[in-house]
Design a protein around this ligand. Structure first.
Ligand SMILES: NC(=O)c1ccc[n+]([C@@H]2O[C@H](COP(=O)([O-])OP(=O)(O)OC[C@H]3O[C@@H](n4cnc5c(N)ncnc54)[C@H](OP(=O)(O)O)[C@@H]3O)[C@@H](O)[C@H]2O)c1
Length: 334
């Protein structure tokens, strides 16, 4: 089988295409023929050596394919099932604990950039009905994050207004889930062309955050001054103050991303006097993924896919992702 291993200390030129024997499933395992993967910012950090991985680690957390064989004791999955990987295989449901967040594919153990992977069965769920493998491979990290931020923690409801920032995958999935939940969506982008595409995806109003630096106020104005009910906050230090401005009294911020850095200065009175609820989001549990997939099936949602690359062009795929021109997921086909 073909696979990719990342050699220490990382860097795109340290992604090595290898040929090895496929693994065999032990008790409780599934053997999956991976057909597609997708890239995330955390993979980009790892592959560039910014968050170093063990030498020879197979990268990537997001993958989808077909079950080839199951080990003894596996009942939930069977050969032929189309499946998608789970980000935290040991966080089955409920609240995250230190022991359930311990292992992540492509990080603390080998990931899915490999034609065959053998993992405990709980590291996969069934894929949505009728999804291609590429479509399914988009869901593990950013879709589950948007779902947990908006639906599980945000408890979005009919008639709410949701503000999504930029056109990264978390924001595009949040837009789709918000529309499916009967909410109104205000979306931002730095690109006029992407703003048009956001409109075609269902955004009710759009703001160019480069042209309108006070976009938090602009979003609030679009709600007749009431403020938005939810912000999908992916920007970090450069966006958090505007996200707080955009929120209604008692509004909710799903704190997710670090697109502009890691440390922010915030006005504590602006938070407490407006009773703003901030939820830190770290992807989601296996049960969150299963719930999300049920919602995708019922609402016939399809992910936005930007571009596909063959596995051997993984470095080119990361270069494309790093240029930040994409709209939707950057995927690999195996
Ligand atoms: N906490 C978690 O569980 C979790 C899970 C997944 C991802 N994340 C984080 O969430 C963030 C987004 O992830 P993603 O996968 O959606 O990223 P992505 O697909 O790489 O997002 C890229 C887009 O972000 C937008 N952006 C960049 N700077 C911005 C700014 N100052 N204001 C608003 N938008 C800005 C740009 O949109 P335009 O081109 O339209 O301007 C850009 O195209 C990342 O920091 C990622 O690490 C966190």
């Amino acid at each position: 089988m073909k696979l990719v291993r990342l050699r220490a200390p990382g860097g795109l030129d340290r992604l090595e295409l290898a040929e090895e024997y496929p693994p065999k499933p032990g008790p409780g395992d599934v053997l999956v023929r991976i057909r597609a993967c997708s890239l995330n910012m955390r993979d980009d950090f790892a592959v560039q050596g910014k968050t170093p991985l063990a030498d020879g680690r197979v990268p990537l957390s997001d993958g989808a394919g077909e079950v080839i064989a199951v080990g003894s004791g596996v009942e939930a999955l069977k050969p032929g099932d189309h499946v998608v990987s789970v980000f935290y295989p040991f966080w089955l449901n409920g609240d995250m604990t230190p022991s359930t967040r311990r292992d992540v594919p492509g990080d603390s153990f080998d990931g899915v950039a490999s034609e065959y992977v053998c993992m405990p069965a709980q590291a996969f769920t069934k894929a949505p009905d009728g999804y291609t493998h590429v479509e399914a491979a988009t869901l593990t990290c950013t879709a589950v994050t948007a779902w947990r931020g908006l639906v599980v923690c945000g408890k979005v409801k009919l008639g709410d207004t949701v503000l999504v920032l930029g056109t990264g995958s978390v924001s595009l999935f949040a837009l789709q889930f918000a529309k499916a939940a009967g909410a109104r969506v205000i979306a931002t982008s730095s690109s006029e062309e992407k703003l048009e595409r956001l409109g075609r995806l269902g955004a009710d109003a759009t703001i160019n955050y480069k042209a309108v630096p006070d976009w938090g106020r602009a979003a609030r104005d679009l709600t007749d001054g009431r403020g938005v009910d939810h912000v999908i906050e992916v920007g970090g230090p450069a966006t958090l103050a505007q996200s707080i401005t955009a929120c209604r009294t008692g509004g909710h911020i799903a704190l997710i991303g670090v697109l502009t850095g890691f440390a922010a200065e915030v006005s504590i009175p602006a938070l407490f006097s407006n009773q703003i609820r901030i939820n830190g989001i770290s992807i989601g549990s296996r049960a969150d993924q299963e719930d999300m997939i049920r919602a995708i099936d019922v609402n016939h949602l399809k992910p936005v896919i930007d571009r596909r690359f063959p596995l051997r062009d993984i470095a080119a795929a990361f270069r494309h992702y790093g240029a930040q021109k994409h709209f939707g997921k950057v995927c690999l086909e195996l």
